[in-house]
Design a protein around this ligand. Structure first.
Ligand SMILES: NC(=O)c1ccc[n+]([C@@H]2O[C@H](COP(=O)([O-])OP(=O)(O)OC[C@H]3O[C@@H](n4cnc5c(N)ncnc54)[C@H](O)[C@@H]3O)[C@@H](O)[C@H]2O)c1
Ligand SMILES: CCCCC[C@H](O)/C=C/C=C\C=C\C=C\[C@@H](O)[C@@H](O)CCCC(=O)O
Length: 256
């Protein structure tokens, strides 16, 4: 899939992995709607992007992915301004085992909501043009991250939802591909510097840090390159791509 003039929508785009994904999409000629709750970070980034890629190629929409109303409005505005949606990246996520319902709401419920909203515009059965949805899960979507059981559950949920949507899309003829990206630790503000977000599992914070030291830490551009592969390679559908320092592998699951 060539990205020139394709329209992408990225949630949690103001910082970290979402920012890296936004930049690589713009570098390859796509137009990008950036959704984020952090207006200050997003406005700063927009200044940089507009200088680098031109005034008309990016659009910031303040949006809390927990709000159905704000999500609907942001998708609608993207279509009004750019003429459609070809690519969705559900990226926004948090780690917070204390506020665990919020973690489920942002990491899983909003991914489902974003996917269904995008399908309204992309589904070939309802006059859409097709496209691709890439969800950002985590290595914790494949195996447990001991300090963060709820985070692990949401990311397993994202992996399962994405694979099931890919199967449903193929069986129904939606013309939309679905893939999920599962990075190990990445150098962003999400990695907690204290155990405060771990709630009742704060005693396992050191163990998580030891795992991080053992595995190593990815950079955002390394993750963005893997995202690009899942978007542009049209043979990839229903795939879960695990990325770790010096390791990139498509995960296989038992089949009946
Ligand atoms: N950093 C890692 O080690 C790592 C590893 C694997 C997967 N991930 C996943 O990658 C994704 C991005 O994480 P990151 O490391 O870039 O985090 P980050 O904290 O650097 O950035 C997250 C972005 O999402 C935004 N956001 C948070 N809650 C939001 C909400 N309710 N509505 C809209 N925007 C919201 C934040 O404002 C921020 O811009 C997450 O889903 C995370 O689980 C991160
Ligand atoms: C407390 C830090 C939060 C960071 C969240 C983030 O998403 C990073 C997660 C990083 C690693 C998760 C690791 C999980 C590991 C396993 O259980 C492992 O066994 C998975 C095996 C995958 C495989 O090699 O097939």
């Amino acid at each position: 899939m060539a990205l020139r003039n394709k329209v992408a929508l990225v949630t949690g785009a103001a910082m970290g992995i979402g920012r890296g994904i936004t930049e690589i999409l713009l570098q390859h000629g796509a137009k990008v709607a950036l959704l984020d709750v952090n207006e200050t970070a997003a406005r700063g980034l927009m200044e940089v992007l507009k200088k680098q890629f031109g005034q008309e190629r990016s659009l910031f929409l303040k949006c809390n992915v927990e709000s159905e109303e704000q999500m609907k409005a942001a998708f609608q505005k993207t279509v009004e301004v750019f003429g459609g949606i070809d690519i969705l990246c559900n990226n926004a996520g948090i780690v917070n085992e204390s506020a665990w319902e919020k973690t489920v709401s942002i990491n899983l419920v909003a991914v489902i909501r974003g996917t269904y909203l995008a399908l309204e515009h992309m589904n070939k059965l309802t006059q859409g043009q097709g496209g691709v949805i890439v969800n950002i899960a985590s290595m914790a979507g494949i195996g447990p991250l001991l300090s963060s059981p709820v985070y692990t559950a949401t990311k397993n949920g994202v992996v399962g939802f994405t694979r099931a949507m890919a199967a449903a899309s193929i069986a129904s003829g939606y013309g939309v591909r679905f893939n999920v990206l599962c990075p190990s630790f990445v150098k962003t503000g999400l990695i907690p510097s204290t155990s405060s977000n771990m709630g009742q599992f704060s005693h396992l914070f050191d163990a998580a840090n030891q795992l991080m030291e053992k595995i190593g830490i990815l950079t955002v551009p390394e993750v963005a390159e893997c995202f690009l592969e899942l978007v542009t390679d049209e043979t990839k559908n229903g795939e879960a791509l695990l990325v770790m320092p010096k390791v990139k592998k498509y995960v296989t699951f038992p089949s009946l």
